[in-house]
Design a protein around this ligand. Sequence first.
Ligand SMILES: Nc1ncnc2c1ncn2[C@@H]1O[C@H](COP(=O)(O)OP(=O)(O)OP(=O)(O)O)[C@@H](O)[C@H]1O
Length: 318
Amino acid sequence: MGGTIHVENVIKTFKGNVQAVKGVSFDIGDGEFFAFLGPNGAGKSTTVQMLTTLIKPTSGQLTVAGFDVRKDPEKVRLEIGVALQETGIDPDLKGIELLEFQARLFGFSKKSARIRAEELLELVGLTEDADRLSGKYSGGMRRRLDLAMTLVHQPKILFLDEPTTGLDPSNRQTIWKEIKRLNKEEGTTIFLTTQYLEEADQLADRISIINKGEIVATGTTNELKRTFGFDAIFLQFETEEQAQKAHYATNHLGRNVELVKNELTIFAENGTTLLVELIRLLGDQQLYPTTLNVQPPSLDDVFIQVTKEQEKEGVAYE
Ligand SMILES: Nc1ncnc2c1ncn2[C@@H]1O[C@H](COP(=O)(O)OP(=O)(O)OP(=O)(O)O)[C@@H](O)[C@H]1O
């Protein structure tokens, strides 16, 4: 079973009949790096809280590392590490003390707790700050300490809820590097929620996007981009008049054509194939752009597309 997660038809209704999660299902394999994305209020935290045994589902099944979260929450807790948005670090304790304390909670002897604490401080680059009060740590240092705390008992699955929010690029890179290492070298299953789509794009094997309590897309980043994203062909003309003419000549191409002053953007499933026809059509009208480039879809485009389409049409993709 290892670090697997199985979620089937899970519903969570809060008091006041707020249905935060509406029949969500997904599977995560042992050692997989999974990113869970969605707009604010989509149901990400609620799902994470159910998986980490902090709240109970209204109905449906959640199995983490082979254990049912409802029947065996204690067993689940021993297999997982959880770093939530709010760090629960006591500011009046030193970095090393916090880690030793955490290790003792997981049954380490005094001596082995000290050794484990030192190992972890080294791992997250905080050895030199071991004896400083954690309350004096910077935001980035606190996040690294928080990550170290979740690793004390070598969990099979790590839940990371927005681990890099508010961090500068260099601290973000440090955290990314460590999470990547844990996943690739130690085979830790990672469940990541993040508002940085670029982070999910670079790190995750697979992504699910949740919107209004329902999963609207699941796949590798490439699959999602192929299915939901469009290439953007960007053209710039010398004058607005030329751009208007070009707009008129190419209006039927692609999915959508946008004109802003002397710039034209054509969105299409396969932009490179369309280029030949586009250049022919423009040539027929003696229209020659001063700039032309094709941009592949980004995960941002996918995100906007799947969360927007569902709002408009109530369509659910999977
Ligand atoms: N304890 C609660 N009682 C009532 N409603 C709740 C509770 N917790 C969450 N909700 C509601 O459930 C919905 C989903 O919230 P959730 O926190 O899971 O979203 P999220 O995707 O994590 O959002 P964010 O990105 O803003 O953290 C929201 O409408 C929220 O207001």
